[in-house]
Design a binder for this molecule. Structure first.
Ligand SMILES: Nc1ncnc2c1ncn2[C@@H]1O[C@H](COP(=O)(O)OP(=O)(O)OP(=O)(O)O)[C@@H](O)[C@H]1O
Length: 236
């Protein structure tokens, strides 16, 4: 079936005539948590932005639940950089804005997430530390009730205690059939919750693998597999 999850077909993307992504083809079924991996500058953010139609001018097809045009945008919750908001806006004001802007925004879930993240709704955006701002971005992203969640390096400034707490709770916030893709350089922390890895290298998709299959068939942890695959490919 062509509307079973997220399907990318032959995605090509150039910037200033330089190829960034070439021939990316993959099918991600519903209910998977996917770690998107690869070196700095390989195109992880670019791919996430193509999926939610923020990067225009790509070639190929992005099919989300059978929707291939820009209408898919409404089903994707993408971690926002919040650059568009005034530093003086309180977190509650931004939540109000999201509630107005997204019909699938679940205010109750947002408030529970705020408490879980130990964020004060009256605090101003500009007063948040780097880690607290990231916690707020995760809050806004996960507070929508939707099909596809994209988190781009969500925890780089978050302390290790909060990281563990957030990672182990990720599944509980999203529906069992949703897809969550997390671009990350901290694979080891996510190993316990991810179903699949998607590895980009040299503008292409090097591998898309089921994590359990890697452990059983290769006898390796996901991190070991990732390192081995990258180094092997470098030698070729
Ligand atoms: N706004 C932009 N203008 C021009 N080039 C850009 C822009 N944004 C990204 N690039 C280039 O596109 C390529 C892919 O960048 P991207 O941010 O997608 O990589 P990434 O895998 O997310 O990197 P990182 O792990 O460092 O976050 C890089 O070569 C980068 O320099």
């Amino acid at each position: 079936m062509e509307n079973d999850g997220l399907i990318l077909k032959n995605i090509f993307f150039k910037r200033q005539n330089k190829p960034i992504l070439t021939n990316i083809t993959v099918k991600i079924p519903w209910g998977r948590i996917v770690a998107l991996l690869g070196e700095n500058g390989v195109g992880k953010t670019t791919l996430l932005r193509i999926i939610c139609d923020l990067n225009k001018g790509y070639h190929g097809v992005v099919n989300l639940n059978g929707v291939v045009d820009e209408k898919r945008k409404q089903f994707v919750s993408y971690s926002d950089s919040l650059e568009g908001f005034s530093k003086k806006s309180s977190l509650m004001k931004i939540i109000d804005f999201y509630e107005l802007g997204y019909p699938d925004f679940d205010r109750q879930r947002a408030e529970k997430l705020l408490t879980f993240m130990q964020l004060d709704p009256e605090q101003r955006l500009g007063d948040l530390s780097k880690g607290s701002r990231e916690k707020f971005v995760i809050t806004l992203t996960l507070a929508r009730k939707t099909k596809l969640y994209l988190l781009d390096e969500p925890l780089s400034g978050v302390d290790i205690f909060s990281r563990d707490k957030i990672i182990s709770s990720l599944i509980k916030w999203i529906g069992p059939d949703a897809i969550l893709i997390i671009a990350t350089h901290h694979l080891n922390e996510l190993e316990q919750i991810i179903d699949d890895v998607m590895i980009l290298k040299d503008r292409r998709l090097l591998a898309y693998r089921d994590v359990e299959e890697i452990r059983v068939q290769e006898g390796l942890s996901v991190e070991e597999y990732y390192r081995q695959l990258y180094l092997e490919d470098r030698r070729q």
